[in-house]
Design a protein around this ligand. Structure first.
Ligand code: GDP
Ligand code: ZN
Length: 302
């Protein structure tokens, strides 16, 4: 038995980096598909150029992929979630909110990157839209991937980061600047995993230096929240925490109930109404999904 690190995941095929740095294509036994890029695994060599993943070591964090009927794992053992937005095209507040929730629920450090700051006439409006998140204490780094992608490197030092962003925000520009060999590595990995299918989403872990890692997943726009119940979502809104448990009713849905601590905080201006509405939008999805799902055992959010 050997230990290794999953540096690429593509369907049920994985590329595992061994202690000496060599890469070994690996499979799982049976239908098991709960291995994610970034996982530390125990493997058994089944031939010279192939191995079997026998066990997954305990994870410090786990991120899911969204937009699918099924929840899929996307990355494990991540320290930092980098949310890439840009001065243009317009970005989605909801996507930032959901990415922040995914990070909060796994105790991953979120970082918002405002890219394309070279487009200075668009900068004030973008900054204004991010103000809500800045007020909550989330860190925002402004940069231009085209001109100074290196500005991000110090933020990535010493941790394992994952990048998420709507298409057009400049995520690939950023990755290609920070990991010049990214394209070649992706091709190599595709070959190693014997897959010509570039349409399938796969995650790849790149070593930035001895201490820093970057996990990129082309087409990764949104992290899933479907594994979280209502309580976990409430707690993931960091400014809600001080008020939770203070409503008159223990099972308060923070809707119409009398003496709701959250509604009182919104009315007092201590909770941003936009955030409160975002909470209800996300919980609302849950209600719809639940009614169409037969085997749902507890509250789930899409
Ligand atoms: P992705 O879909 O997020 O991977 O975005 P891309 O990296 O493909 O970038 C989308 C477009 O934005 C491309 O035309 C890039 O050249 C452009 N772009 C990326 N970063 C910057 C930047 O910092 N400044 C400007 N002006 N354009 C950028
Ligand atoms: Zn309430």
């Amino acid at each position: 038995m050997m230990e290794g690190r999953v540096v690429a995941a593509h369907g049920r095929q994985y590329l595992v980096e061994l202690a000496d740095g060599t890469l070994l294509p690996c499979f799982t036994r049976g239908k098991r598909s709960d291995v994610a890029c970034g996982d530390r695994v125990d493997i058994m060599r089944s031939s010279d150029d192939q191995g079997v993943i026998e066990a997954i070591q305990p994870r410090t964090s786990l991120l899911y992929r969204s937009n699918e009927a099924k929840q899929k794992l996307i990355a494990a053992n991540v320290d930092q979630l980098v949310i890439v937005v840009a001065t243009e095209p317009a970005f989605s507040d909801d996507l930032i909110t959901r990415a922040l929730l995914a990070a909060e629920s796994e105790e991953i450090e979120p970082l918002i990157v405002l890219n394309k700051c070279d487009l200075i006439d668009k900068l004030p409006a973008a900054r204004a839209r991010l103000q809500m998140f800045a007020k909550l204490g989330y860190r925002i780094v402004e940069l231009s991937a085209l001109e100074h992608a290196e500005d991000l490197r110090p933020e990535l030092y010493g941790v394992t980061s994952v990048l998420v962003g709507q298409s057009g925000m400049g995520k690939s520009t950023l990755v290609n600047a920070l990991v010049p060999e990214a394209n070649a590595a992706t091709r190599e990995i595709s070959q190693a995993l014997d897959s010509g299918k570039h349409t399938t989403t796969h995650a790849t872990l790149y070593h930035l230096d001895a201490d820093s890692e970057l996990i990129d997943s082309p087409g990764l726009q949104e992290f899933g929240l479907g594994h979280l119940d209502r309580q976990e979502i409430e707690h993931a809104f960091r400014e809600f925490r001080a008020y939770l448990g203070q409503c008159r009713f223990r099972d308060c849905r923070h809707n119409q109930e009398p003496d709701c601590a959250l509604i009182a905080a919104v009315n007092a201006g201590d909770i941003d109404e936009k955030r409160f509405n975002a909470y209800h939008r996300i919980i609302g999805t849950q209600r719809d999904r639940k009614s169409t799902r037969l085997n749902s055992s507890h509250d789930q959010i899409s």
